[in-house]
Write a protein that binds this ligand. Structure first.
Ligand code: HEC
Length: 219
């Protein structure tokens, strides 16, 4: 064992005294802790950014995602080329209810049971005008009818307004198919294409038909 006083390691060294132990510790404490491996909680700002990103992404998908449809890459309507327009399927044709159109448009005059009003509105039930060829009732609904007309042996002389400008081809086809298959009537369906064809052929027509004209058209 050596004596402390004689051991050079323990001799007083004045230069060491200049360092203040407190300031040294303060410096040491300012240092961030040594990084260590393990599950550190992520910093708060990473959470904030993540949440904002998720919200933005959800909004973006909702706004521009096209419900993940297969046509999201086709330009919006109006800016499409012909090829793209062909790619996009047509809106599914709304199925028009003939009964609904009848109740809304025709029943006021021809009555819900298709019997008409004696002396005023001719019946559609059992009417030869409804049942013979498909074109005649299409012509009547498209352009209206006026003057004397014989229906089931009775002559009516009144005016039926035109519906061509107010009803679509689908509606006219549906209502006539309904009329031709209700109250004991039973005959072939009328399609929107048939209405479209008659509409095109008679688009110059601006006045109501008369019985004579219809009979001449349909021998
Ligand atoms: C405002 C009343 C009125 C409405 C609404 C009306 N009609 Fe008529 N309709 C008449 C009149 C009146 C006549 C007979 C016209 C004449 O005297 O020349 C007629 C005649 C007809 C005829 C030929 C005659 C017959 O009895 O078969 C048909 C077919 C017909 N209407 C179908 C329809 C259908 C289908 C609708 C609905 C889309 C309709 N009408 C809506 C008043 C109406």
């Amino acid at each position: 064992m050596s004596d402390k006083k004689t051991d050079s390691r323990w001799r007083f060294r004045p230069e060491e005294e200049k360092h203040d132990i407190y300031s040294l510790h303060r410096q040491a404490l300012r240092e961030p802790p040594e990084p260590q491996e393990g599950l550190e909680p992520p910093p708060w700002w990473l959470w904030v950014i993540s949440v904002l990103l998720i919200f933005w992404a959800g909004f973006y998908l909702g706004r521009y995602g096209g419900v993940f449809g297969p046509y999201v890459h086709v330009l919006e309507e109006g800016r499409r080329t012909e090829r793209e327009t062909a790619l996009v399927p047509k809106e599914p044709e709304t199925t028009v209810s003939g009964a609904e159109v009848y109740a809304r448009v025709c029943a006021a005059c021809h009555q819900p049971n298709g019997q008409g009003v004696p002396g005023v509105f001719p019946p559609l039930a059992g009417s030869e005008w409804v049942l013979k060829d498909p074109e005649t009732p299409i012509l009547i609904v498209l352009h209206g009818l006026q003057g004397p007309i014989e229906v089931k042996g009775t002559v009516y002389n009144n005016v039926m307004p035109e519906w061509g400008s107010k009803l679509s081809n689908e509606e006219i086809a549906a209502v006539l198919t309904y009329v031709r298959n209700s109250w004991g009537n039973q005959t072939a369906e009328i399609t929107p294409d048939m209405v479209e064809k008659v509409r095109k052929e008679t688009q110059e027509r601006k006045t109501h038909w008369t019985q004579e004209e219809l009979l001449k058209l349909k021998k």
